[in-house]
Write a protein that binds this ligand. Structure first.
Ligand code: BGC
Length: 355
């Protein structure tokens, strides 16, 4: 555990501290009444995209909004909508208005220039979920472990189907290489698959675009002559496109995923995806808030990992969700029965106690 004592406060952070009601007891009455007239300190957040089936708008936004607001911030949460130029424009506007702290989810490297600008303006930067060179901290799940869990899903699925990983025809796919997380997921998965003697029958180009993943998988499917025993897929969204092609070809094989999205959980219940990696949004937001609090109060940030570039990495634990565990995601408030248990999934919900 690496402990980083946050000694110096930027002017804005110090102002935020006063405004957030965490001011030391020596605060004069004048300061308090001045603070009362001023708005809450602003936490500026940029999300990367709003593609259907991804987590940012449905999971992260509400969790960040609730967490930051409860912590006394005005949450300014914007979405770059998969546009690097828009990312920069949003950041400029947020910084012009003033940010006590910035939480950036990178989109194709756009976060790097924003982190530089923010830091030049004395605003602390947290790389949220995806790494950003130059950020003060990186708060995410343990992404190598996320990948290792995905590799293990493939092995468990093959074992359940009575297939040997050494001879199985496995298609390997991964996330967008412009997202630093993608390599961590893949390396984690490979650590497990390599150790079991598994090999890629075909390796697809990395992407986070679900539609593109479908097209790439169709090409992979043709390349291996339709012989597929398992598919390493980096998230539920890509998995869903891949499963649609497998369905079309009458195949049901172990497929991995992550995000515990509605579509992912439905595929898990239906037996079309072996499992998903659940990364509770609230847990991630809580970890980020601890860091924000330490920055603003000059406290200590406890980082349990460090990125290769030296950025302190606060990594929280992901959870594997197989069909029998879907009900736990519902109980945690991260999935709804009425969304999951539609049409052909209803019987599976009954079977696995999702109600
Ligand atoms: C996130 C995943 C997400 C993917 C695509 C990654 O950086 O960690 O949860 O599925 O991006 O949005």
């Amino acid at each position: 555990m690496k402990k980083i004592h946050v000694a110096s406060l930027s002017a804005l952070a110090a102002a935020s501290l006063l405004l957030s009601g965490c001011a030391p007891s020596t605060t004069t009455e004048e300061t308090t009444s001045a603070a009362e007239e001023t708005a809450a300190p602003r936490a500026c957040v940029i999300l990367p995209d709003a593609d259907a089936g991804t987590r940012w708008e449905t999971g992260d936004r509400p969790a960040l909004e609730a967490g930051l607001t409860a912590a006394g911030f005005e949450a300014d949460i914007q979405n770059a909508l998969a546009d690097t130029a828009k990312y920069a424009t949003i950041a400029d506007a947020q910084l012009a208005k003033g940010c006590g702290v910035m939480l950036l989810v990178d989109y194709q490297g756009a976060g790097v220039a924003v982190a530089e600008k923010a830091k030049a303006a004395g605003v602390p930067v947290i790389a949220y979920d995806r790494p950003i060179a130059g950020a003060d901290y990186y708060v995410s799940f343990d992404n190598f472990t996320v990948g290792a869990l995905q590799g293990q899903m493939i092995l468990d699925g093959l074992a359940a189907a009575g297939k040997d990983p050494k001879t199985a025809s496995i298609i390997y796919s991964s996330g967008d290489p412009a997202d630093g997380n993608a390599a961590m997921f893949l390396n984690g998965a490979l650590s497990v698959l390599d150790a079991a003697g598994a090999k890629a029958a075909f390796t697809m180009e990395g992407t986070w675009d679900g539609a593109k993943a479908g097209t790439l998988f169709e090409q992979a499917f043709t390349a291996v002559g339709g012989k597929v025993d398992a598919v390493l897929a980096p998230n539920d969204n890509n998995a869903a496109s891949i499963i649609a092609i497998l369905d079309k070809n009458g195949l049901t094989v172990p497929v991995s995923g992550q995000d515990a999205s509605t579509a992912g959980l439905q595929n898990v219940l239906l037996g079309k995806q072996y499992a998903t990696v659940y990364k509770p949004f609230k847990v991630q937001v809580e970890a980020a808030l601890k860091v924000v609090n330490a920055i603003l109060t000059g406290g200590t940030v406890e980082a349990n990992k460090t990125l290769d570039d030296g950025t302190p990495y606060i990594a929280v634990d992901p959870i594997v969700v197989t069909a029998d565990k879907v009900k736990d995601v519902v109980a945690n408030g991260d999935a709804k029965v009425e969304d999951l248990c539609t049409a052909d999934v209803a019987d599976k919900c009954a079977e696995f106690g999702v109600n």
